[in-house]
Design a protein around this ligand. Structure first.
Ligand code: FE2
Length: 147
């Protein structure tokens, strides 16, 4: 895929991951000895991060003179994120879904970063490198929580 295709894939996937993380935020349930509110609020922190990334990546596509996908229909046609059914999720399941989704997005961000580097597009490289640092921190947090 071209750099623009990768960035536009990222826009679509971030929008659907934002919805998916709301599902987990709303439907996570506590178990004995586990803290519901902490995970509920953590999912919110993550979808706020995705929302910021969604906008900044789309605006970067505009700065590059192209059009980012800008409708729910376009996102669903393009996304590789699997949405979740509407049911209860244990804290363990919630962390696993958060981790798997962030790891997928991290891979896509890294691919887009490397394509941008081939173009000497250092502003896109810098933006994506900043985003990756945040994802690495959160993937580490979640892995620690799952140990
Ligand atoms: Fe909320």
């Amino acid at each position: 895929m071209s750099k623009i295709d990768l960035l536009n894939q990222l826009v679509a996937d971030l929008s659907i991951a934002f919805v998916k993380f709301h599902n987990l935020h709303w439907n996570v349930i506590g178990e004995p000895g586990e803290r519901f509110k902490e995970v509920h609020e953590y999912a919110e922190e993550l979808y706020d991060m995705l929302n910021e990334n969604y906008d900044e990546v789309a605006e970067r596509v505009k700065m590059l003179g192209e059009f980012p996908p800008a409708s729910a229909k376009a996102y669903l046609e393009r996304t590789k994120i699997e949405e979740l059914e509407n049911r209860d999720y244990t804290i363990h399941e919630t962390y696993e879904h958060l981790r798997d989704t962030l790891e997928y997005l991290r891979g896509l961000i890294a691919d887009a970063r490397n394509k941008a580097d081939e173009d000497d597009d250092f502003a896109t490289v810098a933006m994506l490198e900043d985003i990756v640092q945040d994802y690495d921190k959160h993937i580490w947090f979640i892995k620690q929580a799952l140990k």
